[in-house]
Ligand binder design. Structure first.
Ligand SMILES: [Zn+2]
Length: 340
């Protein structure tokens, strides 16, 4: 059994006045749990993020809320940060049972039919990128793995409301939905300016950097979007950070700054690998970088995480190209990158 992280202890933990943090366990996943935030509105609850429709998810949510005197059926709205299953699919289940309204960012709209079409937990765009990475064998392994994994097609339905960025009244609060593309195209964070709280979804995670390049739809420089979205956080008033995975923290600005620095360091490391190698594929670069906070070698990663690592390497290489410091040469076995 893996050691449970302290923040992932079950229950409804008071996080701010009228706001509870409810961690819901995640099956076989290094993230431990996903936080949904329950906001008291006077006539029930609104959630920020819905959680994952797992066999235990609804029961965990129900008993956590009961512990603070709330009935799960009083959830009237769910404001979802992004389309990933651990944030969205339990919201759909709540709607079926209780008529809860589900809100999701407008720019996730193209991803939803694509998910159903490919009926796979691995986006087809990531597989295309893997083929471009110079390691087509990894693409095949990951594709076969995804095909053998159950896909919960029943968990995916359209939201009631496709949200535009802007202000929404949630009980007596105003939540401002702020577009933060990067981790996904239509990612939103919800900022309560008056309370000084930022519900950050996966945009700002306290101890890890969110995956970039695990992408639905067209490949549109996801890292460049992500860096721009980090800068957008710094242009807003600072707020307490309420992340989807991990413990709340005192400053969204501090974490956004750290993540910007992290990616500049990675871009520098990526450049140095290109400098040493002369010209190489993204897979070649990924193998020379270290991964995870423990700086593990690429070969220590499992196939799924090799895919994440390789897609993220492509995302970094593409930013170097966009900045004019690297160039890409097409090649039948993928793309070859070199410094300019
Ligand atoms: Zn996510």
């Amino acid at each position: 059994m893996s050691l449970m992280a302290e923040w992932a202890e079950p229950g409804a933990h008071p996080a701010a006045d009228g706001v509870f943090r409810v961690p819901l366990s995640m099956p076989s996943d290094g993230l431990h749990a996903v936080n949904v935030y329950a906001v008291e509105t006077g006539d029930g609850l609104a959630l920020v993020d819905g959680g994952w429709r797992t066999p235990t998810g609804l029961g965990e949510l129900t008993s956590a809320l009961a512990g603070v005197g709330h009935d799960v059926s009083s959830i009237h709205d769910v404001y979802v940060t992004h389309i990933h299953r651990d944030h969205y699919t339990l919201a759909v289940e709540l709607r079926r049972r209780f008529g809860t309204r589900v809100h999701l960012g407008r720019d996730e709209a193209p991803g939803l039919p694509q998910l159903l079409e490919i009926a796979s937990n691995v986006p087809v765009t990531s597989l295309q990128q893997l083929r471009r990475s110079g390691d087509p064998a990894l693409a095949e392994v990951v594709e076969a793995m995804a095909a053998g994994e159950p896909f919960d097609a029943d968990a995916w339905e359209k939201p009631d409301i496709w949200l535009e960025p802007g202000e929404y009244a949630v009980g007596t609060r105003l939540l401002e939905a702020v577009a933060t593309p990067g981790h996904t195209k239509g990612h939103l964070v919800y900022h309560d300016l008056e309370a000084g709280i930022l519900f950050a979804g996966d945009h700002l995670l306290p101890t890890i950097s969110p995956s970039i390049g695990f992408e639905l739809g067209e490949w549109e420089l996801p890292l460049a979007s992500y860096l721009t979205s980090l800068e957008a956080i710094l242009r807003r008033p600072d707020a307490r950070l309420f992340p989807a995975h991990g413990a709340p923290g005192p400053s969204a600005h501090a974490r956004a700054t750290e993540l910007l620095e992290h990616h500049e360091v990675r871009l520098g490391e990526t450049s140095r690998v290109l400098e040493d190698a002369g010209a190489t594929t993204a897979a070649g670069v990924a193998r020379k970088l270290t991964w995870t906070r423990r700086r593990r070698g690429y070969d220590e990663l499992d196939d799924f995480n090799k895919m994440i690592a390789t897609c993220e390497t492509i995302a970094h290489l593409d930013v170097l190209v966009a900045r004019g410091s690297a160039q890409v040469l097409p090649d039948p076995d993928g793309a070859i990158f070199s410094l300019v």
